[in-house]
Write a protein that binds this ligand. Structure first.
Ligand code: HEM
Ligand SMILES: [Ca+2]
Ligand SMILES: [Ca+2]
Length: 304
């Protein structure tokens, strides 16, 4: 059972310590923000929010982070958690008291707030998981080609509603994508349409310019073409204009079952922020480990 003041008696300053390290990292590179937020999502959807995604592979174990769906996780997310963990452990009373999973949850809250998004109280008390395998990632993470039914069923498997799914998708209001993740929409889309017809024409042309055929696979572009460094509801306004980057983004507007929610949040950032906080809190409860199912890792990248 998670609770807000879980570390009140063991490490009462944990929130300030984490925030301080996250602020330092944020001042060095903005990538900290999307990298940490996506890391939290990919952690929670595979074996629950237990920092299983942070484990490094060893000679005998190929870990989650080396599954194809996780290879584009940016290193700055991992680095943020590792640095915050070191800062926490530098305080004698906090040493080996706070889980990597909780530090990731706190850091995620902090990067959202630092980029203009809402802040919220984080429930704590997660333990770190005891396993991490690439094989366990299969089928657990959404793909950018997903339609609404596929998105809903994957999120429902994690206790999240369609409303939660739409709110969380707005994480694509910042951060980057590599060209291969959406090139099917701008080249050879279908027999009838070379370009995905749900894509705004000018935006499609811009995407083709930024991502020419045979582009360097390391090239990444902003997912929100309008406010790429601000956590805001412009994501939903983009969808209304046909500027959703992935099929899984644009479908939230094209499918009439989800469009009313997109329209509501495009014009009401407060309502969106509230829904986002609710959904993030639910995401943070997925598959939480307690008791013998977990421990507090000394090194977030390795089992004790
Ligand atoms: C709804 C289904 C989702 C799909 C299909 C999806 C897919 C993707 C893909 C393909 C990328 C680009 C990766 C790359 O090429 O580097 C990406 C980036 C990102 N995603 Fe998602 N995602 C989804 C939901 C979420 C959720 C729920 C969150 C967080 C709450 C999230 C946060 C992010 C962030 C922040 C980035 C940018 C990462 C960076 O700049 O390093 N996504 N996502
Ligand atoms: Ca996990
Ligand atoms: Ca934005």
């Amino acid at each position: 059972q998670l609770r807000q003041n879980f570390y009140a008696n063991s490490c009462s300053n944990v929130e300030a310590i984490v925030r301080g390290e996250v602020a330092k990292k944020f001042s060095q590179t903005f990538v900290t923000v999307p990298a940490t937020l996506r890391l939290f999502f990919h952690d929670c959807f595979v074996q629950g929010c237990d920092a299983s995604v942070m484990i490094a592979s060893t000679g005998s174990n190929k870990a989650e982070k080396d599954h194809p769906d996780n290879l584009s996780l940016a290193g700055d997310g991992f680095d943020t958690v590792i640095k915050a963990k070191a800062a926490v452990d530098a305080v004698p009373s906090c040493r080996n008291k706070v889980s990597c999973a909780d530090i990731l949850a706190l850091a995620t809250r902090d990067v959202i707030a630092m980029s203009g998004g809402p802040s919220y109280a984080v429930e704590l008390g997660r333990l770190d998981g005891l396993s991490s395998t690439a094989a366990s990632v299969n089928g657990k993470l959404p793909h950018p080609t997903f339609n609404l039914n596929q998105l809903n069923s994957l999120f429902a498997a994690n206790g999240l509603s369609q409303t939660d799914m739409i709110a969380l998708s707005a994480a694509h209001t910042l951060g980057f994508s590599h060209c291969d993740k959406f090139s099917n929409r701008i080249y050879n889309f279908s027999r009838q349409n070379a370009v995905d017809p749900t894509l705004n024409k000018d935006y499609a042309t811009q995407l083709q310019q930024m991502c020419p055929r045979n582009v360097d696979p390391s090239i990444a572009i902003n997912m929100d073409p309008n406010t790429p460094r601000t956590f805001d509801n412009v994501y939903f306004q983009n969808l209304q204009k046909g500027q959703g980057l992935f099929t899984s983004d644009q479908v939230l507007f094209t499918d009439t079952r989800s469009r009313p929610t997109v329209d509501a949040w495009a014009s009401n950032s407060q309502a969106f922020n509230q829904a986002f906080i609710t959904a993030m809190s639910k995401l943070g409860r997925v598959g939480v480990k307690t008791g013998r199912n977990g421990n507090i890792r000394r090194n977030c990248a390795a089992f004790n």
